[in-house]
Design a protein around this ligand. Structure first.
Ligand code: UT7
Length: 329
């Protein structure tokens, strides 16, 4: 990517819904307890969308802030990519709903489905579009309302997820800055380890699919955990190799916020000190495509990066998929 037009992040925004669901709230809903949830996952609470809020509403709030911080309005946008597995509906895409709401009349718009890796897939797509010269800028959003596909009678999954949205504007940046490398991948053979079976063309919604809980997340937690620990390490090493960098060059590590134990295993493998790692899984839980941008934007708001810092983002999720990027801030 070295000889191409430098492309990076020129605006950031985030949004989480107001309502907070704590571990003690969940204790009243399923057979669980705060001690189990905190020690096994690091999660203390999560935000849940209001009944009248859909994914596009969360995405809109984050998008407005990202545009404002880039000094732009919707009409300046060339492209909108929304990474989500909980679109408002199958179609029109959530990106098209946003294009209208943002007044982004000239912009192309599409949704991208790569679960928790979706935001990094979206960044790679936007960067390629801009480096090719096809577009000059893009709004990339990771947004999900996992509460809408979570079974709140299943303790194996309902303690893990939350709702939110994170947005960035991607565009040309000064020489030497911007994205240095991406590493995207998939292991489709593991798709059934983390899935929502119902509601698509294989198993359209019927009274029976609803009764059999086919419209909820179904996960083999232990197997996904093993995959996550493996690819967090391999993807990080591979993306650094592609960027021609060492792990000691990383100033800030922004991992997918699924489980503190998965983050800690990556920290150990990469010998990263705590102050270089962004962790907010305690407040937001796993927000799928929103997880990495929520962590990135929060770190930016807290002043944790300065111009020229090397930021490494890495995520994994349903598909199974993974995505990592090296960005010079
Ligand atoms: O974005 C990607 C999405 N997914 C992930 O990242 C998930 C990756 N996996 C994980 O994070 C972990 O595997 C979990 C947090 C899901 C589970 O942790 P674990 O340490 O792998 O626990 P486990 O599945 O081995 O279960 C241990 C025990 C079981 O009881 P038994 O069979 O040993 O009697 C579970 O039934 O913990 C029980 N358990 C719970 N207990 C209290 C499972 N969920 C709960 C719960 N509260 N909420």
């Amino acid at each position: 990517m070295n000889n191409l037009r430098p492309v990076g992040i020129i605006g950031t925004g985030k949004y989480v819904p107001e309502k907070i669901l704590t571990n003690s709230d969940l204790e009243k809903m399923v057979d669980t307890n705060d001690e189990w949830i905190v020690s096994r996952t690091g999660i203390k609470e999560r935000h849940i969308a209001a009944p009248d809020q859909a994914t596009s509403d969360l995405a809109y709030e984050a998008a407005i802030k990202a545009l404002e911080s880039a000094g732009m309005t919707g009409s300046d946008l060339d492209l909108i990519i929304v990474a989500t597995i909980t679109p408002d509906s199958s179609f029109p895409s959530t990106a098209c709903i946003l294009q209208d709401k943002l007044g982004a009349k000239g912009a192309a718009a599409f949704d991208l489905s790569a679960a928790c890796s979706g935001f990094v897939y979206g960044l790679a797509s936007a960067t390629s579009f801009i480096q090719s010269g096809m577009y000059n800028n893009a709004l990339v959003i990771g947004a999900d309302c996992l509460s809408r596909i979570t079974d709140y009678t299943d303790r194996n999954t309902c303690v893990l997820f939350g709702d939110g949205a994170g947005a960035v504007v991607v565009g040309e940046v000064p020489e030497g800055r911007g994205f240095k490398a991406f590493d995207l991948g998939a292991e489709g053979a593991g798709g059934s380890l983390l899935q929502m079976e119902g509601g698509g063309s294989r198993l359209p919604a019927t009274a029976e699919t609803v009764e059999n809980k086919k419209h909820y997340i179904n996960m083999n937690g232990r197997e996904v955990f093993k995959f996550a620990v493996r690819v967090m390490g391999t993807a990080t090493i591979e993306v650094l190799r592609k960027a021609g960098m060492e792990r000691t060059d990383v100033d800030l590590f922004v991992p997918h916020q699924a489980n503190i134990r998965i983050i800690q295993s990556a920290m150990q493998r990469l010998e990263l000190p705590e102050e270089k790692v962004v962790v907010n899984v305690d407040k937001y839980a796993n927000t799928s495509a929103a997880s990495i941008p929520l962590a990135l934007v929060e770190a930016a708001e807290e002043g944790r990066m300065k111009a020229g810092d090397t930021v490494l983002m890495v995520g994994f999720g349903g598909g199974l998929t993974w995505g990592a990027s090296v960005l010079v801030w």
